[in-house]
Ligand binder design. Structure first.
Ligand SMILES: *Cc1c(COP(=O)(O)O)cnc(C)c1O
Length: 377
């Protein structure tokens, strides 16, 4: 067994084994009920990175009784499938929402189970994705020439064994209209030993390949994680990141700044910052939208533009991602646009005008030859 397989099989999956859970037997009994609905998984690598109760890593993986509150509350907008992915599945476990790209689920297993997961309804329950759903997914892609971008998701596609993963990649590469393949994964940041030289050597045969890695807090970036990201980048895979805005974990400008700069430094280009979805059992992680805008405002202009992700809301009901920006346009009309920079200073940018309809400017600096040109026009 390889190290990462040992770390995965030594995962905490039971309430009794959770780290730093003080609390009464009654409380633990409630947690047991939570875990029957939403399973627990903390692999032994990630477990080692947790330093204490309520630290930013602990909060992401240790269940809370608040997960059950959503079942009791009158908040009806919370759903088990807030993005209506199931509605946009022409075949099982393949989401076709945008014109030219699809999301293909390779499994339901993850290196850790995030308590705020948007696919909380599926993750950790085996048997949803099967060889047959995969076959149908690949067949659907082959039959739809408009699909040029396939996003491998799950679960976590990098938990699929090398051989099986190669079989899928090679089947996708056999489809001539598939231009790029993306891997959406939390493995590099939560089970870095999985990124073996053998895996990278295999992946690099299937370029152009991109990967978007899930990171939420600077404490997730350890020397092991840096090495994993380096290996992927050295295999020629451009790396992006996706981050979920989480109350009590990373809803803070300074924490986000540190995270984005650390990512950029290890060749991971921050891609998306997500407003938390309206997923049943995750409401206690939700911040206001203003918090996200405030964070983007605190990043834009202050640090490299390369380090600033797009802030998006994945529209409830399945509308897809919508980008939000802090207000940089104060006013816009036919004559000018009034804009605000990162320091809050205001600038006027004039719109182009039809020069012929305007009286000529009397400018002594204009040389005689130019005068001549103007007369000719
Ligand atoms: C996010 C997402 C994509 C990819 O969107 P990009 O903006 O191209 O990164 C594709 N399909 C689904 C269903 C998605 O949720």
């Amino acid at each position: 067994m390889e190290l990462w397989q040992k770390q995965l099989s030594a995962s905490v999956v039971k309430v009794e084994d959770l780290p730093f859970v003080s609390g009464s037997e009654v409380y633990k009994e409630k947690l047991r009920r939570v875990s029957e609905i939403f399973p627990i998984r903390i692999n032994s690598y990630f477990l080692e990175q947790i330093k204490e109760e309520n630290d930013p890593l602990w909060k992401q993986v240790v269940p809370s009784v608040e997960e059950l509150d959503d079942f009791l509350s009158a908040e009806e907008s919370l759903e088990s499938d807030p993005l209506r992915e199931e509605r946009d599945m022409p075949v099982p476990e393949l989401v076709h929402r945008y014109p030219d790209r699809v999301l293909l689920m390779l499994n339901n297993q993850c290196p850790i189970i995030c308590r705020f997961c948007t696919r909380k309804r599926k993750i950790g329950f085996p048997g949803i994705v099967t060889r047959e759903t995969l076959r149908q997914g690949i067949e659907y892609i082959a039959q739809h020439p408009e699909i040029r971008d396939v996003i491998m998701s799950g679960g976590d596609p990098l938990l699929v064994p090398d051989k099986e993963l190669e079989r899928i990649l090679s089947a996708l590469r056999d489809i001539s209209h598939v231009e790029i393949i993306r891997i959406g994964t939390r493995v590099p940041g939560t089970l870095p030993e999985r990124i073996t030289p053998e895996l990278c050597a295999m992946l690099k045969k299937y370029h152009p390949l991109y990967a978007n890695l899930h990171f939420n807090h600077p404490d997730e970036i350890t020397p092991e994680v840096e090495r994993a990201c380096n290996r992927l980048a050295d295999a020629g895979i451009p790396l992006g990141s996706q981050t979920v805005l989480l109350k009590g974990v990373n809803d803070d400008v300074e924490i986000m700044k540190e995270l984005m700069l650390k990512l950029l430094k290890m060749r991971v280009k921050p891609y998306y910052l997500y407003q938390a979805d309206m997923t049943l059992g995750t409401d206690h992680f939700r911040t206001t939208v203003e918090k996200g805008l405030e964070i983007i405002q605190g990043l834009m202009g202050h640090i490299s533009g390369m380090a600033v992700p797009y802030f998006v809301i994945d529209a409830p009901g399945g509308g897809g991602k919508v980008r939000l920006l802090p207000d940089t346009v104060i006013e816009r009309n036919d004559k000018e646009v009034i804009i605000k920079n990162f320091e809050g200073k205001v600038f006027h940018y004039p719109q182009p005008v039809d020069k012929k309809s305007k009286p000529r400017r009397a400018d002594p600096a204009v040389p005689a030859a130019t005068e001549k040109l103007c007369e000719m026009a």
